[in-house]
Design a protein around this ligand. Sequence first.
Ligand code: NAP
Length: 307
Amino acid sequence: MEIALIGIGKIALDQHVPAIAASPDWELAATVSRAGTVEGTPAFTDFDELLVTRPDIRVISLCLPPVPRFDYASKALAAGRHVMLEKPPGATLAECHALTELAKQNGVSLYATWHSREADKVADAKAWLASRVLRSLTVTWKEDVRRWHPGQDWIFEAGGLGVFDPGINALSIVTEILREEIHVRDATLVFPENRQAPIAAEVAFHHPQAQVQATLDFRQEGEQTWSIEAVTDTGTLLLTHGGARMFIDGVEQGASQDGLSGEYPRLYAKMAALVQRGGLDMDLRPMTHVADAFLLGRRETTAPFHF
Ligand code: NAP
């Protein structure tokens, strides 16, 4: 199937382009970006022009930051195209619900991707937890925003999510592996005094019997930490490296097959299957928790942040 990639920036070039190139399902037929291009691929700067002049391209993958994404997604769906959304699926939940309705009205597929759910050991972690009683779950997601999002000022603008941009990845794993539903009951968000989005956060969740909490920080220099520890009645599970490695009671469970490099190939395989069978895949739970943290969270102010 031919696919067009919109927003040729960091994630498009790092992950989407190689995943599409390696896929038996997809051919990159066009890009739309104001400045970015992919060598050898027809490049548009105007999305409306692509939609009108390339009716043969039935599938659109959106790699823009969240705030501009809705206008592109709604135009694509209204034009009868199937749409794949980078995470988060929108800047607000209402946008995501509107896109869902639009996809249904137009009889096309819509996929809210959560790349971290496709990390190598997430499915194994879910299977291990399925038969156990959870006592506590602790997310520690600490990374250096300068290293992973160099110069991306949008991430600290309103709607950019700040530290929840990576934090929502952790929540996408947590909502996938936990049997029980959780919801935010308390949060503290730390805003640099010159920014509109938090640089760190502590979030506590309600769970039927366990303590569930997350510590998120965008100021981590040196070693980076993306880990989830789940203590159960019969052992402790530790996911590290964003879900690529798994330990039970300190013992690693099989070497990682593909680290994190399997995430985007698996997303594109799922999109291909979704388009073939029709329908939607719009799990909004990670986004709901982030929205609730913003609704409920206490605000603290910290030193100004500059890239
Ligand atoms: P990015 O490089 O800053 O932006 C992607 C592209 O979107 C830009 O190159 C730009 O292309 C276009 N764009 C930016 N602002 C726009 C606007 N206001 N209107 C229209 N187009 C605009 O960001 P990214 O790191 O690729 O992240 C994009 C999305 O992927 C985010 O939702 C992020 O959460 C997700 N993601 C990022 C990473 C990562 O490691 N960076 C990992 C996984 C997922 P033009 O200027 O050429 O139009």
